[in-house]
Design a protein around this ligand. Structure first.
Ligand code: NDP
Length: 363
């Protein structure tokens, strides 16, 4: 198939899928239907790339296609990958004509509703990451850059001082035994082990591509209305959903790590990490600022008076406070210097997230 070439772009990518053609990215988001992946997909298209994205079913492919009516098959195409935990999951998806030049791998389970940590979290995260790298090395030597969505979970460690300052230099020291203690540990371990496995693969296998990883903390921002119901909302936006629906009226969501970033900035960071030669070989800790859900409630209350009666107040706000002992510091300098990223402020993200949830509520 001849792929469309955009004169503004001189490389081709694969997105959670794969970017094809000299001006396209094969984005391997084995989950173009995911919260972050959907924004990566749109950012790639906006920047002129042609994209093949992986999804788990034809139904999900159709929903994404329907939401992009003006975009032809030569710019947006799909590959079905039902389960990234399977060792050969990506073998066919990475093959394309013209061949992919970059791959962005975003898909990985991010939820705590599990029965078996290994099967539900560790296997898809680790096998998915190593599997896509192996498939690219075997069949698609044209790929020059692979970007993987890692996480602050691969940086932070349990038991560090409450005011520790984190950067790309830090690694979560979690062990295999600790991974099995509870679902939260399981998720953090899945991201840590998968990212480590990716760097080890590049070190040992010396493929044609260089690697970059994106490590965001909590990601907030507009949900993709054509893919979402409020019941099935992605994990990091659940606190916002509960505030908007009144489910958190008696107890504000706890803020967890108190570090956040907007999904649109995360998406742009992935695409820049695929485009920029100097991003190769680097991790990027993507953080806008500290936050607390009390601050989120105050912003919503001021901007959306009609939601005030659903919001927690008084003592019910306490779980949303910063901890008395302080909260983590962060160093996001590399993302600004190498990627040229600027970060949206909390107020803009809160307003846009609430508006997007109201759209879903009206559907
Ligand atoms: P979503 O739950 O919205 O997306 C996860 C994606 O992974 C979905 O597309 C899902 O497909 C896919 N997926 C999960 N398991 C499998 C599997 N076994 N086989 C095939 N596809 C699978 O979450 P996010 O968009 O928030 O997360 C995306 C990535 O970002 C993850 O790697 C997560 O760890 C990371 N991350 C997210 C943060 C956040 O705050 N949101 C923070 C830091 C990192 P389907 O929907 O079809 O099941």
């Amino acid at each position: 198939m001849n792929r469309w070439r955009d004169p503004r772009v001189d490389s081709q990518f694969f997105f959670q899928g794969y970017c094809r053609g000299t001006n396209s990215v094969l984005v391997s988001t084995s989950g173009g239907s995911g919260f972050i992946a959907a924004h990566v997909l749109d950012t790639l298209l906006e920047r002129g790339h042609s994209v093949v994205t992986t999804v788990r079913s034809q139904e999900k492919a159709q929903k994404i296609q329907d939401a992009h009516p003006g975009i032809q098959k030569d710019r947006l195409d799909f590959a079905i990958v039902e389960d990234i935990a399977q060792p050969d999951a990506f073998d066919k998806a990475v093959i394309s004509d013209p061949p992919f030049e970059a791959v962005i791998h975003t898909a990985s389970p991010f939820h705590f509703n599990i029965t078996d940590t290994k099967k539900d979290l560790l296997d898809p995260a680790i096998n998915g990451t190593v599997g896509i790298l192996r498939a690219i090395k075997k069949s698609t030597p044209s790929v020059k850059r692979v970007v993987i969505t890692s996480s602050f979970a691969a940086i932070v460690s349990n038991g560090t001082a409450p005011t520790a300052v984190f950067s790309e230099a830090h690694w979560n020291p979690i062990t295999e035994d600790e991974a099995l203690l509870n679902p939260s540990n399981g998720y953090r371990a899945s991201k840590t082990f998968a990212e480590k496995a990716a760097w080890e693969f590049v070190e040992k296998e010396k493929p044609n591509f260089t690697l970059a990883t994106c490590n965001p903390p909590l990601v907030f921002g507009p949900v993709v209305h054509y893919l979402n119901s409020l019941d099935a909302i992605n994990t990091s936006n659940k606190g916002f959903r509960d505030l908007v629906t009144g489910a958190a009226k008696d107890s504000c969501p706890p803020s967890g790590v108190h570090l956040w970033v907007d999904v649109r900035d995360v998406a742009l960071a992935h695409v820049l990490a695929a485009e920029k030669p100097e991003a190769g070989g680097k991790r990027f800790f993507l953080v806008s600022s500290n936050f607390s859900y009390r601050e989120v409630v105050e912003i919503i209350s001021e901007a959306f008076p009609e939601l005030r009666e659903k919001l927690p107040s008084g003592d019910a706000l306490k779980p949303g406070d910063y901890p008395a002992a302080g909260s983590f510091g962060f160093d996001n300098q590399r993302s600004k210097e190498v990627l040229g990223l600027t970060y949206r402020p909390l107020k803009e993200t809160v307003l846009d997230t609430v508006k997007s949830l109201q759209t879903v509520l009206k559907q």
